[in-house]
Design a protein around this ligand. Structure first.
Ligand SMILES: [Fe+2]
Length: 156
């Protein structure tokens, strides 16, 4: 088997880097969406959601860095231009959203899309015995599933 410096299968690592770059791109688009929601939210839930969205985009900013550094650890290059992010984006783009329900629904839809990408990475990392990526995906998935539960509880 052709292995990397980490002792992982080289081809599987390349595949993982590609999928992690897709996740990175989607998190960057999601980050900007949530930042927009933080700015544009209006109505009686303003104070509550303005703060909640800040919490969510700050969390996604931390995850972006973790993903990029995992890509580097796997000897890949993290995507770093808006051009590349847009090409890889699967999360819905939110523009001019100011209504509380629309904003929270956009976050739920985006998190569901991120979960799908993370689960496909988890399959690959499991198959590659890449425990580092595996545990990162497990943590992200558990956290996001909980966030979806809470946002859906808010939606009623
Ligand atoms: Fe702010």
């Amino acid at each position: 088997m052709n292995t990397t410096v980490l002792g992982l299968d080289k081809e599987k690592s390349i595949e993982l880097v590609n999928e992690l770059n897709t996740l990175l791109a989607n998190f960057q688009v999601y980050y900007q969406n949530v930042r927009g929601l933080h700015w544009n939210i209006k109505g009686k839930s303003f104070f509550e959601l303005h703060v909640k969205f800040e919490e969510l985009y700050t969390d996604s900013q931390l995850k972006v860095d973790l993903i990029a550094e995992r890509i580097l650890t796997l000897q890949g290059t993290p995507l770093h231009t808006f051009d590349d992010y847009i090409k890889a984006a699967k999360v819905p783009v939110g523009k001019n959203i100011s209504k509380d329900v629309d904003a929270v629904e956009l976050v739920v839809k985006s998190l569901a899309e991120l979960l799908q990408i993370e689960r496909s990475i988890l399959d690959l990392s499991d198959n590659a015995a890449d425990e580092g990526t595996n545990s990162m995906m497990s943590d992200f998935i558990a956290e996001q599933e909980k966030t979806i539960w809470m946002l859906n509880a808010w939606l009623g």
